[in-house]
Design a protein around this ligand. Structure first.
Ligand SMILES: *Cc1c(COP(=O)(O)O)cnc(C)c1O
Length: 413
């Protein structure tokens, strides 16, 4: 893989017309280690967030020894980078053939369920393979309610009373039984975890046995850009959120049980940025060479303002507008349908021109894993970049994180 100091250097050297992913392995390692230090239990990286081989390999190098997997493809991807990594199979609804593959070929011994039919399915496989249920930990997934950019509690999870029933059933068969939840993704309200912990506490207090562990799922928020017009309160920093979670765990007495977290987004978001090209500027609209069917669907569904950095093409000698005036641009994606328009603008200097590049930061989560081949566009070019996105050279315009504070003082465009 070609290596550059910055995305700007990559753009100006390669002059790419197709999107380019800029991978930052050191940032990925640092963010994984930061999470592992903060969380008072084991960290299982959620493979669905970004299951690229280079990501999984780098995480294994950083000391991640546990992975949250959901499908044969993910079992295989983890095995390919690490013989010894432990996998936890936390999808509550599984094909029986996949359960068999997990137990028989991949040695997986941790699974999740949220219904008695799933317990029956699992137990059929366990009996057929003559495995001791006592060597398997089954987490009962509890339904949670909360506010996340993505609400995932609608789809999975047993109500608290039902969870007690499932737990008792599992215990009677001889499994080790844990409790788990997943509150959604990009959690901005720290009360969300507390509400889930309160439910888990309610369930635990009604079980006739001690639980083998608590898995708090993922959902830990990544940093994105700031919309200066947004009325929403600023997001809590990860450190704050985590110290609140640690306090809540202690308060409910869960600090005494083995803990697991399944972070995805918070670990991998900063590890990639994406260089896109402005194929056409039409007034305050930019038509770029990526979009919601490729790398940007997550920002669309999650209504996330992505931090964007301007990389002007030096070959363009004359530009209209003021270089230090930051304005919102509506961003249209590469495909021919009119759904492919981002839900949030990019904040960039007024001088953006057809042919310029934009570096979109913090794009590592749910970007390349959600690419489609719709309309024949499939971004698949990678370079390595050494400087973190947030520490880049002082750009002509950087409508993002810290510098957004400055942009807020600018007159409305
Ligand atoms: C998607 C998912 C995760 C990861 O969520 P993030 O918000 O990316 O941290 C963790 N656990 C489960 C069960 C998931 O479905």
């Amino acid at each position: 893989m070609q290596r550059f100091e910055s995305a700007r250097e990559a753009a100006r050297t390669l002059r790419p017309d197709a999107p380019v992913y800029c991978f930052r392995p050191d940032v990925l390692k640092a963010d994984a280690r930061r999470f592992m230090e903060m969380f008072p239990g084991r960290t299982a990286y959620a493979v669905k967030t970004n299951g690229e081989e280079l990501v999984l390999r780098t995480l294994a190098e950083a000391g991640v020894t546990m992975f949250d997997v959901a499908s044969p493809g993910e079992f295989e991807a983890v095995r390919a980078v690490s013989r010894g990594a432990e996998m936890i199979y936390m999808h509550p609804v599984k094909a029986q053939s996949d359960i068999r593959l997990a137990l028989e070929s991949y040695g997986i011994r941790v699974l999740a369920v949220d219904h008695e039919d799933e317990v029956a399915k699992l137990t059929r496989v366990v009996r057929a393979l003559d495995i001791d249920p006592g060597s398997i930990t089954v987490f009962v997934r509890i339904q949670t309610k909360g506010h996340a950019a993505y609400e995932l509690s609608k789809k999975f999870g047993a109500g608290p009373a039902h969870a007690v029933e499932i737990g008792e059933r599992l215990n009677k068969i001889g499994y080790r039984v844990g409790l788990c939840f997943h509150v959604g993704s990009q959690i901005e309200d720290p009360d969300t975890y507390e509400r889930a912990l309160a439910s888990a506490d309610w369930v635990r207090n009604r079980l006739s046995f001690d639980i083998a562990g608590l898995d708090v799922g993922g959902g830990f928020p990544a940093e994105y850009g700031l919309d200066p017009n947004s009325k929403k309160p600023p997001m809590p920093a990860l450190g704050q959120l985590m110290s609140r979670v640690r306090g809540d765990l202690k308060e409910y007495g869960f600090d005494e049980v083995p803990l697991v977290a399944e972070p995805g987004r918070v670990i991998v978001a900063r590890a990639f940025s994406l260089i896109v090209r402005v194929l056409l500027r039409k007034g305050r609209r930019l038509y770029i060479n990526d979009g919601i069917w490729a790398s940007l669907s997550d920002s669309w569904t999650g209504k996330i303002t992505l931090p964007a950095r301007y990389i002007p093409d030096p070959a363009i000698k004359s530009r209209a507008g003021e270089a230090d005036k930051i304005v919102p641009f509506r961003v249209c994606g590469a495909t021919c349908d009119s759904v492919d328009i981002l839900s949030r603008p990019f904040w960039l200097p007024e001088t953006v021109h057809t042919g310029d590049w934009i570096e979109i930061g913090h794009i590592g989560a749910y970007s390349l894993s959600l690419r489609t081949r719709f309309n024949g566009f499939y971004p698949d070019t990678f370079v390595e970049v050494t400087t973190p996105f947030d520490e880049g050279d002082t750009p002509e315009g950087f409508a993002s994180l810290e510098t957004m504070a400055g942009a807020m003082d600018l007159p409305e465009g």
